[in-house]
Design a protein around this ligand. Structure first.
Ligand code: SAH
Ligand code: SF4
Length: 391
């Protein structure tokens, strides 16, 4: 018996290797495997990451027959776009999909003539921070380097920002602050960031990339040594007792160890400070005493703060701090000599703000379920009606 299924277009594409996300060495090897010399990898790298070209036929520095040969075996692919939304304050959010049906969200937050793309590193998250909606989702899987680089490339497609500009760029920064804990998908995140930093491609400087961690202490050193990107640390509490509850990885790597890792983070200095993120939770971590303790704790570390108004999500028990409490908290940090802006939530109307990333898709799922249920009800009703007629 022949079980072979007819190949669909998707099957065809699925068989082809995506060149996005391969390291330079892997790209060189992939081309060597089809008998092409190393300089082709250099040419292709330039087309893929500098020009942003996805169609081999447009890669005109290569002979036509080579372009055809490449197109037969490879693709230069971005994640699929399930939905793209732009908020009233010009934040843009994409729901990207991958061939296995998983989806992640990516957000662009513009500020005048530049802006940061907030990139996801995992589908879901294995850590269970109690105020974070992604944390309720559990870890589905790590994203591949192709899927991480692909989010940024697709965001640039959306703004037509190719070839990679030499001077001012609109999509000027990357923050690894989307879904997931980037240090728990270290290898793929590191590979993706190396591709993004490569001087002959996208060429984004390590100074324009910030990786946010909830405190995976052993990998913070590696991140600093290998990548040298800016570090953001989700601190959120000044005692282990509270941080154990808010950020449960604290039980494994308590505040003392986390701060020690910050003290030795290689690229941190007064010009490149570590950002301490602190989510403002009403009556939980927002007292004046907490702020004073925070000033004491971080003494000697080159830090700046980012106070994040808590974004509520359905079913969560926390509330956002009162504005005057956030202001008082910020003033105490300022008096202690630290910059401590209260983050202005952006893209609220499209749920693009921190901790809201999963809500949208979950709401859509709920809507979808409701729609499906009413379809089912109608179908059952029609069946019942038909049955009555036949009887
Ligand atoms: N896993 C990494 C990066 C992704 S979370 C980390 O935890 O650092 C990005 C930031 O959003 C973190 O500082 C996180 O604590 C914060 N955050 C998560 N849920 C939030 C919410 N509901 N309101 C405000 N900030 C939230
Ligand atoms: Fe994961 Fe970060 Fe959310 Fe914690 S705050 S659950 S580490 S995504």
């Amino acid at each position: 018996m022949n079980n072979a299924q007819p190949a669909s277009i998707n099957d065809e594409t699925a068989r082809k290797v995506n060149l996005v996300g391969l390291s330079r060495e892997e790209l060189t090897q992939t081309l060597a495997d089809i008998g092409e010399p190393a300089f082709r990898a250099k040419q292709l790298w330039h087309w893929i990451y500098h020009q942003g070209e996805t169609d081999f036929d447009q890669m005109t520095t290569m002979a036509k027959d080579l372009r055809a040969k490449l197109a037969e075996q490879f693709v230069v692919e971005r994640p699929g776009i399930t939905r793209e939304q732009t908020s009233s304050d010009n934040a843009r959010k994409w729901l990207f999909n991958f061939p296995d049906g998983n989806e992640v969200e990516t957000v662009f937050i513009p500020e005048d003539d530049r802006g940061a793309v907030c990139v996801s590193s995992q589908v879901g998250c294995s850590l269970t921070c109690t105020f974070c909606h992604t944390g309720t989702m559990k870890l589905v899987r790590n994203l591949t380097s192709a899927e991480i680089v692909g989010q940024f490339m697709a965001a640039r497609d959306s703004y037509g920002e190719w070839p990679s500009p030499q001077g001012t760029r609109l999509l000027s920064n990357i923050v690894m602050m989307g879904m997931g804990e980037p240090l728990l998908n270290y290898d793929n995140v590191a590979k993706a960031l190396r591709i993004i930093m490569d001087g002959e491609g996208i060429a984004l400087s390590k100074r324009r990339i910030t990786l946010s961690t909830s405190g995976v202490v052993p990998l913070m050193d590696r991140c600093g040594d290998d990548l040298g990107v800016n570090l953001a640390v989700s601190l959120h509490a000044v005692t282990d007792e509270l941080r154990d509850v808010l950020v449960p990885i604290n039980k494994k790597h308590p505040i003392k160890d986390l701060l020690a890792a910050c003290r030795r983070y290689p690229s941190a200095n007064n010009a490149r400070r570590i950002t301490f993120e602190y989510v403002m939770l009403k009556g939980i971590n927002d007292s004046a005493a907490d702020a004073r303790e925070l000033v004491r704790l971080v003494k000697g570390i080159p830090v700046k703060f980012n106070l994040i108004p808590f974004n509520p999500w359905p079913g969560v028990a926390y509330d956002c701090s009162e504005p005057h409490h956030m202001k008082r908290f910020a003033e105490i940090l300022n008096d202690g000599g630290f910059s401590a802006p209260i983050r202005v939530p952006r893209g609220r109307d499209i749920l693009a703000a921190c901790g809201q990333l999963k809500s949208a898709s979950e709401r859509d799922v709920a809507k979808l379920r409701a729609a499906r249920q009413s379809e089912k009800d109608e179908a059952e009703k029609a069946d019942a009606d038909n049955a009555t007629i036949t009887e």
